[in-house]
Design a protein around this ligand. Structure first.
Ligand SMILES: Nc1ncnc2c1ncn2[C@@H]1O[C@H](COP(=O)(O)OP(=O)(O)OP(=O)(O)O)[C@@H](O)[C@H]1O
Ligand SMILES: [Mg+2]
Length: 471
């Protein structure tokens, strides 16, 4: 079937040339459309697109370089092969700079032409395939705008899909910049409440005395300056979702009031006597250790237990390096579009180096970095390379104390514990009492653990190995 290998548009003002190119390519199975002038060819390209453009450079009226520029503007992925006059290397160089993939000199050697065309079409096909795979990968590993291919994030997304449709309160735990607000938003957007409001309130950012009225509203005259009745977030979020960010900072008195609101869905405005009932879903987030706050007496035990029933824990980015390339590419694409730099590329080494960075500021830091890389890349920068990275990202981080296994999967607590025990024993030269002391565990616990490791190892081995006496 003619054309099954791809569509080639040929533009050449010389009829003889045009026809022989057309015939040669048709024989190879390409669909070919040929035109005697640039504007005609471009019109066709704009309407129908093509896999490859073969264009002569020297033509009356619109020359090939101009054709190339316009065609690329329209479809940056279009493969282009230019034909230059004999000996005019400079124009070939110009064309390559403008994005041509290859060039041929006149007189056109048809065998060579067919080879180059095949290579260019193949290159384009591969590029498309890679792009499609990447898009599919992103789709597969994202929940709307949330990206995460790591096992940890896949689990977060799974939890999200189960919890979102319910009315249950959710506690989201994660370091700063890990995406707590993003997840909270996704919980709302994927719930039957999505037509109503999602109201975030940051408990750390609002002074304690104002916070109560912000949350629960106040009656006229409730305090100096309360000139009229005001609804709080609880009322405003009725039938929607209230996102209590930095819940650890909520003052104790308000914790009691919140608990009551959670339990019977009702509360009173500041200075009010009327009980107001609302239908609000509470999502709380924290980057602090609430358990420690409970122990310190600054967070109510009952509220903590009430909130933690459904907990979504987002691991720090450094514990899921396999998410970095996906995130980086997504951010890169969106900042390219935002800053009108559709052709800017990023070198694979950059992605590689970023994958190993510490990311103290987690995903937010990665996002900000990519934004600045795109904005700061000068107009003639085509590819962002290692030199564009700020110094602190270029130097590799010190090796982590406990190296991550090859798989990049987070390790289980048992594995971490085992490693700590074995390392400590190594340090104490096998002295179990001292090792137990250093680890802060009982000697008997240590001995039991060591027996367990031995047993586990025994089970993993062939029988003859575990009974050395049989040799
Ligand atoms: N998995 C992800 N996929 C896509 N974007 C993400 C992801 N995680 C975080 N982001 C983006 O990173 C930025 C920080 O996320 P977010 O504000 O939700 O973090 P946070 O945990 O609430 O931080 P903080 O504790 O500082 O408030 C946002 O721009 C968010 O869209
Ligand atoms: Mg936040």
């Amino acid at each position: 079937m003619a054309g099954s290998k791809g569509l080639v548009v040929v533009i050449d003002d010389d009829e003889g040339n045009r026809k022989s190119i057309e015939m040669a390519l048709r024989k190879d199975g390409y669909g070919v459309r040929s035109f005697a002038s640039g504007p005609q060819g471009l019109e066709y390209l704009k309407e129908n697109g093509a896999d490859l453009l073969v264009t002569d450079l020297r033509m009356p009226g619109m020359d090939g370089l101009e054709v190339l520029k316009v065609a690329k503007l329209h479809d940056p992925g279009l493969a282009v092969l230019v034909i230059t006059g004999f000996g005019s290397v400079e124009s070939a160089v110009d064309a390559m700079k403008q994005g041509a993939d290859d060039y041929l000199q006149k007189p056109v050697n048809l065998v060579e032409l067919r080879k180059r065309v095949a290579a260019a079409v193949e290159k384009r096909r591969l590029a498309q395939e890679v792009r499609q795979l990447r898009e599919r990968l992103e789709e597969k590993f994202s929940f709307g705008t949330i990206i995460g291919a790591s096992r940890a994030m896949q689990q977060v997304l799974h939890q999200l899909s189960l919890v979102a449709p319910t009315r249950s309160s959710v506690l989201i735990i994660g370091e700063s910049g890990t995406g707590k607000e993003l997840i909270a938003n996704a919980l709302h957007q994927n719930s039957p409440r999505k037509e109503f409001r999602f109201l975030p309130i940051n408990c750390a950012a609002i002074p304690a005395d104002i916070l109560e009225s912000e949350l629960f509203g106040h009656e006229r005259g409730a305090f100096t300056g309360a000139v009229q009745r005001k609804a709080g977030k609880f009322e405003l979020a009725d039938r929607g979702t209230l996102f209590l960010d930095e819940i650890g900072e909520l003052p104790l008195a308000l914790q009691a009031k919140l608990l009551r609101g959670l339990e019977d869905r009702s509360f009173m405005r500041v200075g009010g006597t009327e009980t107001i009932t609302v239908d609000v879903r509470i999502i709380a987030a924290t980057n602090s250790n609430l358990e420690a706050r409970v122990a310190a007496g600054t967070f109510r035990n009952d509220l903590y237990y009430r909130l933690k029933v459904l907990t979504i824990e987002i691991p720090p980015l450094r514990e899921r390096p396999e998410d970095v390339p996906l995130l980086a590419r997504r951010f890169f694409e969106s900042f390219k579009a935002e800053n009108s730099r559709p052709n800017l590329q990023v070198s694979p080494e950059v992605i590689e180096v970023l994958t190993q960075a510490r990311w103290e500021g987690n995903v937010r830091e990665l996002r900000n970095l990519i934004e600045s890389l795109v904005i700061l890349a000068g107009g003639d920068t085509k590819v962002i390379t290692l030199e564009h990275l700020p110094e602190n990202y270029r130097t590799p981080p010190p090796a982590p104390v406990a190296p991550r296994p090859e798989t990049g999967q987070p390790r289980t607590m048992e594995e971490i514990e085992k490693e700590a025990i074995l390392k400590t024993l190594e340090q104490t030269g096998g002295n179990r009492t001292r090792a137990a002391d250093l680890l802060g565990i009982g000697l008997r616990t240590l001995q039991r653990k060591l027996r367990e490791y031995e047993q586990a190892q025994g089970e993993g081995r062939p029988a003859s190995d575990s009974h050395p006496g049989e040799d």
